[in-house]
Design a protein around this ligand. Sequence first.
Ligand code: GUN
Length: 298
Amino acid sequence: MTAKILDGKALAEEIRLEVATGVAEIQQKHGVTPGLAAVLVGDDPASAIYVRNKRRACDEVGMVSETFELPADATNEQVLDCVHKLNTDPRFHGILVQLPLPDQVDERLIIDALDPAKDVDGLHPYNVGKLVQGRPDFVPGTPAGIQQLLLRNGHDPAGANVVVCGRSEIVGKPMALLLMQRAEGANATVTVCHTRTKNLADITQQADILVAAIGRPNAITADMVKEGVIVIDVGINRVEDASRKRGYRLVGDVDFDAVSEKASAITPVPGGVGPMTIAMLLVNTLTATRLSIHGKES
Ligand code: GUN
């Protein structure tokens, strides 16, 4: 079997068009332009690129966006001060704190300080709690994007064995919570694997849908998956490549060439999950704007 490619770039474009329509509508009806504030602490080049891409996407759909930059040696107080100001700034309906933060900054403290109504990354404990209960306002962008990639390609996870490799707050945990819900686009049987999992391959071989969010190139090899599996590769790893101008290329967590011979569908890296994460951030920012106007989604 040769896998169908799940094209996240094309689907993200489609979703951005839908968001742009929503933005125009809210401007016309209410005179409000949805706004996203991005907080970027330090000078990690990858984070700077992510934030730039997120802002570019905002511009494209007609949203307002601004980046608030803090130095690499910023203190908790400085970051908190920035977040507190943005919480009460009416220009911004969503706030994104780009992660990871430098070591001296307490990530939990900062996330907890966000106004949950502006937490478009869905990381505040209030929003995590709502996701646990199956009534989320904001699902983190990566898992929300993966759900859309599955559904809009005709792969309803209902009844499927989904194996999630990785238990991060931003991908693994919310992915598992989202797909286990009694809800449309969910109803899966979910298993979560992590660094202490015994016999990982025995478990991944049971997967109808495998989500790899491990952070290591080629962590998922062909012998670890069954014929016909749907593979979602969340990894974005830089590997040295002297033939490239930049000196590196981006690869996922999955041995793409070998696994795509066995899988029925697979996401590429880049161009799979990455663009979907950004598209769903825009969806969440539009939702935050609507909620700020109506008090509920409408
Ligand atoms: N770092 C890597 N991915 C993400 C994301 O989706 N949101 C934020 N805030 N930081 C990230």
